[in-house]
Design a protein around this ligand. Structure first.
Ligand code: GDP
Ligand code: MG
Length: 174
């Protein structure tokens, strides 16, 4: 007999991190859909991916910027109501790693909202150009008490694992 999901949950996830670290590439890799939906009023892109855990269908609405992070003009509504954040730096760019601290402040300053965060050190295929060691990433994530993965959107390393970890944690706390 077929089994059907009993419940359906809508989950808002948000891509965060400096410009050019690979947020949009990571999202495209995770959701095989080249055309994002666009909410013109607030200037953001989002993608939908549906995953099933146990008998619950989770409809992931994953928000991505249309580049506003470059100008530090992300609107409040971008973060509002998010249950999970995919926080990304680029292992070949030390500024993007230093700025994780500021992104964390922005994420955590919203009182009363329970959020899960996963930290990604992206572009791990570019070992020759590496500036941020894996140990530094692990240590920072450990200090924040959040999971950490080195990823490559280019060669598809750890992308599914990172999202699964985030989504399963959110699900387990529902
Ligand atoms: P965003 O500004 O954070 O959304 O970054 P993008 O996804 O637009 O990527 C910025 C640039 O980095 C593009 O040229 C991508 O092709 C490149 N890029 C993204 N992820 C990776 C990766 O994992 N490895 C490599 N080598 N390049 C990447
Ligand atoms: Mg982008």
């Amino acid at each position: 007999a077929h089994s059907y999901p009993l419940k359906c949950l809508l989950v808002k996830l948000v891509m965060a991190g400096d410009s050019s670290v690979g947020k949009t590439s990571i999202l495209r890799r995770y959701v095989d859909d080249p055309d994002p939906s666009f909410i013109a009023t607030i200037g953001i892109d989002f993608k939908i991916k549906t995953v099933t855990i146990d008998e619950t269908m989770l409809k992931l609405q994953i928000w991505d910027t249309a580049g506003q992070e470059r100008f530090h003009t992300l609107s409040v509504s971008y973060f509002r109501g998010a249950q999970g954040f995919v926080l990304v730096y680029d292992i070949t760019n030390s500024d993007s790693f230093k700025n994780i601290e500021y992104w964390m402040k922005d994420i955590l300053k919203r009182e009363g909202e329970d959020v899960e965060i996963v930290l990604l050190g992206n572009k791990c295929d570019k070992e020759d150009a590496r500036i941020v060691s894996k140990e530094k990433g692990e240590k920072l994530a450990w200090e924040y008490g959040i999971p950490f993965f080195e990823t490559s959107a280019k060669t598809n390393i750890n992308i599914d694992q990172a999202f699964s970890t985030l989504v399963e944690t959110i699900y387990s706390k529902k």
